[in-house]
Design a protein around this ligand. Structure first.
Ligand SMILES: NC(=O)c1ccc[n+]([C@@H]2O[C@H](COP(=O)([O-])OP(=O)(O)OC[C@H]3O[C@@H](n4cnc5c(N)ncnc54)[C@H](OP(=O)(O)O)[C@@H]3O)[C@@H](O)[C@H]2O)c1
Length: 265
């Protein structure tokens, strides 16, 4: 049984892994879908299956979000399709190599996708949400947003951008009925790891979650109105304390005089 119609969700990176699970779960929740990724065949197979299983309308847009013209096509859909109520910025690539072993052009491509595309799609979608009186954005970050030492540093920094951008969006759009969530998955069993350079089988199984469990948990966090959801974090109090420390710092970060400990001798 599907639920009541909720408008259309545009999901990037929907051809595999986490994005494909979001597509399935959102269709079950009553969203029509627009699925974006490069692999047209996979997208259309998924669209056919989801329409058969849920009866929802599923469109596909084959697009390379690292390519300006393709990205602009998806931006224009977000600007013009008034049925869109949810944007899931999920498409992303990672890396596991340190700076000395990584190729800078691959790092740039990672930023183009993980940062630039996510930012431009958000800019394309938000004005319509505001005009229509509401909407939602789910940004897939990563635990490396707050633990950049774990994998490739550019990957961590790109996900720190996603978290900071989400925090700012939530603040800016607080009175506009626009829900913003950043999801911070830990290791999740998808093709991501092969593409990033470390097969997921090389990780200890106790730290790897299935994409289905990850997305289902993240959607519970979404329903609870969380800004930052870390599906694997058992003790939610740790995240509350982390956020509390950040909030406590904020009023003290700008002043006319340097702090006493930085006074030159
Ligand atoms: N797996 C993990 O452990 C993990 C942990 C934390 C965060 N994440 C994040 O979760 C998100 C989804 O990753 P995943 O784990 O589901 O990996 P995945 O299975 O490799 O999925 C990545 C998706 O992004 C799409 N994509 C890649 N490059 C693209 C491009 N240039 N233009 C458009 N689409 C592109 C891929 O489709 P095409 O190849 O068809 O384009 C695919 O649908 C990413 O943002 C990733 O950083 C993953």
């Amino acid at each position: 049984m599907t639920e009541q119609h909720k408008g259309t969700a545009l999901v990037t990176g929907a051809s595999s892994g986490i994005g494909a699970v979001y597509a399935h779960r959102l269709a079950k929740r009553g969203y029509d879908l627009i699925l974006v990724a490069r692999n047209a065949e996979r997208l259309s197979e998924l669209a056919t299956r989801l329409t058969r299983e849920t009866g929802r309308t599923v469109e596909t847009i084959p697009a390379d979000l690292g390519n300006k013209a393709d990205l602009a096509r998806v931006e224009s859909v977000l600007k013009s399709d008034r049925s869109i109520t949810l944007l899931v910025n999920n498409a992303g690539v990672g890396g596991t190599a340190p700076l000395l072993a990584a190729d800078v052009d691959k790092m740039q491509a990672m930023i183009d996708l993980n940062v630039t595309a996510l930012m431009r799609l958000s800019y394309a979608g938000v004005p319509g949400f505001v005009a229509r009186g509401g909407g939602a954005i789910i940004n897939i970050a990563s635990i490396v947003a707050i633990a950049p030492e774990v994998l490739n540093g550019v990957y961590g920094a790109s996900k720190a951008f996603v978290l900071a951008f989400s925090q700012s969006l939530k603040h800016e759009l607080a009175d506009k009925n626009i829900r913003i969530q950043a999801v911070l998955p830990g290791a999740t069993a998808t093709e991501f790891w092969n593409i990033a350079g470390t097969p997921v089988e090389h990780l200890p199984t106790e730290i790897v979650m299935s994409a289905e469990d990850m997305v289902d948990a993240a959607l519970v966090g979404f329903d609870q109105g969380e800004l930052a959801t870390i599906p694997a974090l058992e003790d939610g109090g740790l995240l509350t304390a982390y956020e509390g420390a950040r909030q406590a710092l904020m009023p003290h970060l700008s002043r006319s005089a340097p702090a006493a400990r930085y006074k030159a001798a």
